[in-house]
Write a protein that binds this ligand. Structure first.
Ligand SMILES: Cc1cc2nc3c(=O)[nH]c(=O)nc-3n(C[C@H](O)[C@H](O)[C@H](O)COP(=O)(O)OP(=O)(O)OC[C@H]3O[C@@H](n4cnc5c(N)ncnc54)[C@H](O)[C@@H]3O)c2cc1C
Length: 291
């Protein structure tokens, strides 16, 4: 199919982008990598009257450590996330997750800001930022605001951004130590997952869990955290009995739905298995680091 007609702008400054968004409001859509938006427009599932192409904006393609967090510019391509040495050192879950996003072409064009703003419930990048904690910097004509990631994802493909805002930067917390794990299950490598889990653990000197984050994706309207499982993990040794209990608990905290790819029950079963697998994997990595 061909897209419905639209006006196209390709501004070269952020001020011009903000002025266009201010002028056209929800009639306008930002175009970044186009890997999610263009299929929707071509199928006429989205019919923006105005497309504002942000690919010519300077200074939004970077990855750097900033005040204890990692700051990622909105126009940073997925391929740059996959190969970043800064991320490999301070937030290795992100480059690890990047290899599962689409294929080479998608990763060369797709942007980190676009992924976060698109808010697909099965998005790897949304899941990592939600699991580790972070914030999104949004600019509008009158100024800017910082949105904590817990308040950012509202529903499938829906975020706290208003039509007059652009996300300029995503900040994600650093990972302490080696005790993390991330894995999803997709029908084929590079497809969107049916279910996925990211885990980051901290252990005290006695081998007890000091901090625990369990993120889940593809099993709810937004990325989710398994807060009850996290609380049950802290202060305890991660033995096989506890791992099975935590996986059961996390499965009760998911909110999967059925679609043509899988039933809700199957997704919950995958999730239970993934939580166990990721906990064992993170624990094994921690023990190897301690040797
Ligand atoms: C074949 C294929 C397979 C894929 N597989 C996966 C996968 O396995 N996992 C996965 O996570 N993704 C997958 N994707 C999606 C891909 O990651 C997209 O790159 C991503 O979802 C959107 O990024 P983009 O830069 O392409 O955004 P665009 O498509 O340009 O925009 C997406 C949406 O975000 C808005 N937007 C873009 N940038 C900003 C900004 N800075 N501020 C505010 N709003 C903004 C746009 O207006 C639009 O509504 C796949 C895509 C394809 C085509």
């Amino acid at each position: 199919m061909k897209p419905a007609p639209f006006d196209y702008y390709a501004p070269s400054t952020l001020e011009e982008v903000l002025a266009l968004l201010g002028q056209h409001g929800d009639e306008a859509k930002l175009l970044a990598g186009g890997q999610s938006l263009m299929p929707l427009i071509n199928m006429r599932l989205a019919r923006p009257a105005v497309l504002v192409d942000i690919n010519r904006l300077p200074g939004l393609d970077y990855i750097r450590e900033d005040d204890g967090m990692i700051a990622i510019g909105a126009l940073t391509r997925h391929a740059s996330v996959a190969s970043s040495n800064v991320l490999k050192k301070s937030c290795p879950m992100l480059p690890h997750a990047a290899q599962f996003v689409g294929d080479l072409q998608v990763r060369n064009r797709g942007t980190f800001g676009g992924s976060i703003a698109h808010a697909d419930p099965a998005s790897e990048f949304c899941a990592v930022v939600y699991t580790l904690g972070g914030e999104i910097v949004a600019r509008h004509a009158g100024g800017s605001r910082v949105i904590p990631v817990e308040e950012f994802f509202e529903a499938p493909l829906t975020t706290a951004l208003t039509p007059r805002e652009i996300a300029t930067e995503v900040r994600v917390a650093r990972i302490k130590g080696a005790a993390w794990s991330f894995r999803g299950i997709a029908p084929r490598f590079g497809d969107f997952v049916l279910a996925g889990v990211g885990i980051a653990l901290d252990f005290d000197g006695e081998g007890r869990c000091g901090a625990c984050r369990v993120g889940m994706f593809g099993v709810g309207p937004t990325p989710l955290r398994a807060y009850k499982a996290e609380q049950s993990c802290v202060g305890n040794r991660l033995d096989e009995k506890l791992i099975v209990e935590l996986a059961e608990l996390a499965a009760t905290e998911a909110d999967p739905s059925s679609d043509v790819h899988a039933s809700a029950g199957y997704r919950r079963e995958l999730l239970r298995w993934l939580v166990g697998w990721n906990l064992r994997n993170a624990s094994r990595k921690h023990q190897e680091e301690m040797k």
